[in-house]
Every structure is written in structure tokens, then in C-alpha cells.
Design a binder for this molecule. Structure first.
Ligand SMILES: [Mn+2]
Length: 342
């Protein structure tokens, strides 16, 4: 019964903030939550959109509260995101290193209280998000716009309503946030996202954005490329390589995408061992070929497999393979598994 009541309240807030409230009303509603003595904790699950949104909140609350701290529950591991944090000097801290008692106002951005177990323990004063509305929680100020492509687009509207011209760093962050969350506008988004994006276009440093996008490889991971180039096997337009043990499966994706640049390869199939699992990445042009189907045929019985026509992935516990020792799995083993489905 209680959650039903909250649903109505949230639904009401969402509707009100969507249709009847102007950007300035929303901004004032947001500002009303805070006082000069407040120590504010902005909680995010740090991806580019959330990081940019947190920077915007920090800017909006400058001179209006005592302090603003950005807290993130996980260690940031994705290199693109680390690069963004490093180059824009975003002061993001691990939640586990912060004393919750040091703060009296809590803002949740690009997420909702039930999305993460550690968010559930906190009482949020402000929630601003663009994911589908969830129920069973409440906050003093809620602005959820599920059809927006990015929370950064929403924050641009707050920044503009406040009459603030964003710094290059803030504009670059928001620009990148929108770019990532809308997948360069290939995912569903609104005209509003386009307007925010266009606004940022002249202020953001797009070379820096390009650097964030490009940075996905550790120097120590170049050795996997050496393995890939040395040991690559090609049969009937299919390129195969088993990389061996890798520190992160992401590098297998990077190598597969790299080999997919080669003109003679109709298929690229790259595998590696991470933890106790064999991970295989499939790439093809997706035209009269189906990577998802091949991944399923090869690995569905052994583990999890699936994907799209042009890109797929399989993850199989090593113990389900005939190779109890991961060293026994080779590029040839990968080719044998695929050969049945030529
Ligand atoms: Mn987002």
C-alpha cells in the first residue's frame, strides 16, 4: 500500500517536472533543497554521463552550500572513464572511504535508489535521472525524464537556466556524457538531447573527447597484440586467435575489433581466458552472416552465448570444456570448435 502511494507521488512529481515546470522552476526547486551550511554528497555510479552530471551539480551548488563531494561505490576501471577523470581532474572519491555522517544532503544522479544495494541505505534529498521510473522510494526533489538520452542533457538545461556559462572542462564532460549515453545519437534520444549537445559543441574541447574515446588500452596490454599478430590463423576467410590468459576481457574485444579492419577477414573469432572462464568474441559484417547464431551454436551448451548479427560473445566455464587446464586450449582448439559450423 505504501509503495503504491509513493508511486503516485513519484509519478506526480515526474509528470509535474516534465510538463508544467519550466527549466527555471526546476532549478529553483532543486536549489530550495539546500542551505549555506550543507555538506552535500553527490552519489553516482561513475560513467561519463554520471561524472559530467556530478560536475554540473557541483557547479550549480557553488557558493550555495558549504561543500560538495562526489562519491562513487566502485573502483573506476574502464580506461576511457579513468582518462576523463584524470584529464578533467574530476574530484571523485570512493564511497567506502567517506564517512556518510559527514554529510547532511544527498544527491543521486543518473540512477535511482533501488539500482544499487549501497544506494538503498541512503536517504536521498535529490534524485535526477533518465532511466525508467522505479517505485518504493521517495525524495524531496525528483526529476526523472526517462525519454532523455542522457542525464547530461538534463543538467545542461539546469546550467543554462542558472545563467551559468560552463567552463571548457564542464562542457567537455557533458558533451562526452551525451555522446556516450546516446552512442553518438545512434540510440534513442530526444530533440532536447540534440539542443544540449549543440549548445556544448562550441565550448567543449572535442580533441579531448576524442582522446577519452580512444584511450582503452593499457601499455602492458600491447603484448596481447603481439600474440595476436604472431599466432593468428586464417581459414576460409575466418581469422582465429586464442590469446591465452588476459587481465581483462575488454582487451579481447579491442583485438577483435582491430582485426575486423582487415579486408580479407569475413569473420574474426578471438578467445582468451579470464578467471575460470573461456571468453570468445565474434565479429563479422552481419550481412548474410550471424555472429550471435554462430556463438550460440558453438558455446550455448557449455555456457552463455549470444549477441547481434555483427557482434557476439560467449563465456564458458573452463571446467565445461575438455580442457581442465587452460594452457591446453589453443587457437587450433578454437578452430576445431568452429569447424563444425562452416
Ligand atoms: Mn546516463
Amino acid at each position: 500500500m505504501k509503495s503504491q502511494k509513493r508511486l503516485e507521488k513519484i509519478a506526480d512529481t515526474v509528470t509535474r517536472s516534465k510538463s508544467k515546470h519550466s527549466a527555471i522552476d526546476r532549478l529553483n526547486g532543486f536549489w530550495d533543497v539546500f542551505d549555506k551550511d550543507d555538506d552535500v554528497l553527490v552519489v553516482i555510479s561513475a560513467d561519463p554521463d554520471a561524472l559530467a552530471g556530478a560536475m554540473a551539480v557541483k557547479k550549480l551548488l557553488r557558493y550555495r552550500v558549504k561543500s560538495v563531494t562526489i562519491g562513487n561505490p566502485h573502483e573506476i576501471r574502464r580506461l576511457n572513464n579513468l582518462e576523463m577523470v584524470k584529464r578533467l581532474k574530476i574530484p571523485v572519491e570512493r564511497l567506502s572511504c567517506l564517512a556518510i555522517g559527514d554529510f547532511n544532503r544527498f544527491v543521486l544522479l543518473d540512477s535511482q535508489p533501488l539500482h544499487h544495494p549501497c544506494f538503498e541505505k541512503m536517504e536521498f534529498d535529490v534524485v535526477i535521472d533518465h532511466h525508467p521510473v522505479t517505485i518504493g522510494w521517495d525524495a524531496r526533489f525528483i526529476d526523472i525524464r526517462p525519454n532523455y538520452g542522457a542525464v547530461s542533457s538534463i543538467m545542461v538545461e539546469y546550467i543554462r537556466a542558472a545563467g551559468i556559462t560552463p567552463s571548457v572542462a564542464l562542457a567537455t564532460a557533458l558533451f562526452y556524457g551525451i555522446k556516450v549515453d546516446t552512442q553518438n545519437f545512434e540510440k534513442s534520444s530526444l530533440l532536447a538531447d540534440g539542443i544540449s549537445f549543440r549548445y556544448l559543441f562550441n565550448i567543449a574541447n572535442r580533441n579531448l573527447v576524442r582522446k577519452f574515446e580512444l584511450t582503452d588500452l593499457r601499455r602492458s596490454e600491447l603484448k596481447y597484440f603481439k600474440t595476436a599478430l604472431n599466432d593468428l590463423k586464417v581459414r576460409k576467410g575466418r581469422a582465429f586467435i586464442h590469446i591465452g590468459r588476459v587481465w581483462t576481457p575488454d582487451v579481447l574485444v579491442i583485438i577483435a575489433d582491430f582485426l575486423n579492419h582487415v579486408d580479407q577477414f569475413n569473420w574474426v573469432i578471438v578467445s582468451g581466458v579470464h578467471g575460470e572462464r573461456l571468453i570468445t568474441i565474434f565479429r563479422c559484417d552481419g550481412y548474410r552472416k550471424n555472429a550471435g547464431r554462430l556463438a550460440k551454436r558453438m558455446f550455448e551448451k557449455l555456457g552463455v552465448a549470444g549477441g547481434h548479427k555483427e557482434a557476439a560473445r560467449a563465456e564458458v566455464p573452463l571446467k565445461n570444456l575438455e580442457f581442465p587446464d587452460s594452457h591446453e586450449f589453443t587457437t587450433q582448439s578454437l578452430m576445431n570448435l568452429a569447424s563444425v559450423y562452416e
